[in-house]
Design a protein around this ligand. Structure first.
Ligand code: HEC
Ligand code: HEC
Length: 206
């Protein structure tokens, strides 16, 4: 098999892999609707102001989880004022289209973790992550699309989101249960472990 033919096959495989589940999903419309998202999620290393932590990476995140998270902001079962306002301006179709657009942007380049400072110890975090493997996988890449990818995410965002399950800012019943016994050190170590794995990348929104 020559190289051109191989590249062509690989291209077709990539195309088939990216066809979304619902036929009516409109990636072009998603791109237009995602315009306002780029001001935060399209800038590598961009920070949330109060409290200060990195705006989460969405490149490589599972489509099912992106939709579920946006629904949770819209229903205010997650309490972040800006994201509640953003998600409330979207209907179900727009959410589907935006999620499909984000997934279509996935490339295989690694994220580069230059904006990802660690407060915890990744080696300790790996030991503590045994309790998380059943859903998030051994390296944080998730055993199923319903579980968010944690690998490569900003450590300070991971720690912030874990605290949000502890303090009631997020009400997901599974994660609230998982977080009850964790100390601040546990949270920082776990965040450091997942942040140093390969997985999520910054979105390059055009
Ligand atoms: C002003 C900055 C800003 C804008 C604009 C913005 N976001 Fe966000 N987004 C954030 C921050 C900060 C968080 C983390 C919130 C939290 O702590 O729960 C977030 C969280 C998310 C999450 C959850 C990620 C996860 O890992 O759970 C999704 C999905 C998301 N945003 C999608 C969008 C979409 C789609 C748009 C555009 C319609 C958008 N955002 C616009 C700042 C922004
Ligand atoms: C039984 C399955 C399960 C187990 C075990 C589990 N999680 Fe989760 N995790 C989930 C689900 C489901 C979500 C999405 C919750 C939501 O929508 O808010 C999640 C979300 C998260 C998030 C938020 C990600 C984001 O992008 O905002 C973090 C961080 C996290 N889990 C860390 C952990 C850690 C650390 C452990 C082990 C101590 C763990 N989880 C154990 C199912 C699980």
């Amino acid at each position: 098999m020559n190289k051109t033919w191989f590249a062509c096959l690989a291209g077709m495989a990539a195309l088939i892999g990216s066809i979304p589940a619902q036929a009516e999903v409109d990636i072009k419309a998603g791109q237009i609707d995602a315009y306002t998202c780029s001001g935060c999620h399209g800038i590598p290393g961009y920070m949330n102001a109060y409290p200060t932590y990195h705006v989460p990476k969405l490149g490589g995140q599972s489509e099912v989880y992106l939709i579920s998270a946006l629904n949770d902001y819209r229903s205010e079962s997650r309490s972040h004022p800006t994201m509640i306002a953003q998600a409330s301006s979207l209907d179900d179709t727009m959410i589907q289209n935006i999620a499909a657009y984000f997934v279509s942007l996935r490339s295989d380049e690694k994220g580069g973790n230059q904006f990802n400072p660690l407060d915890g110890d990744p080696v300790e975090g790996e030991k503590k992550s045994l309790a998380c493997q059943a859903c998030h996988g051994a390296d944080g890449n998730g055993i199923d699309p319903q579980y968010p990818r944690l690998a490569g995410q900003y450590a300070d965002y991971l720690a912030h989101s874990m605290r949000a399950y502890q303090n009631g800012d997020r009400d997901n019943i599974i994660m609230v249960g998982m977080m009850t016994t964790l100390s601040e050190d546990d949270i920082n170590d776990l965040a450091a472990f997942y942040a140093t794995k390969d997985g999520l990348i910054d979105l390059t929104i055009r």
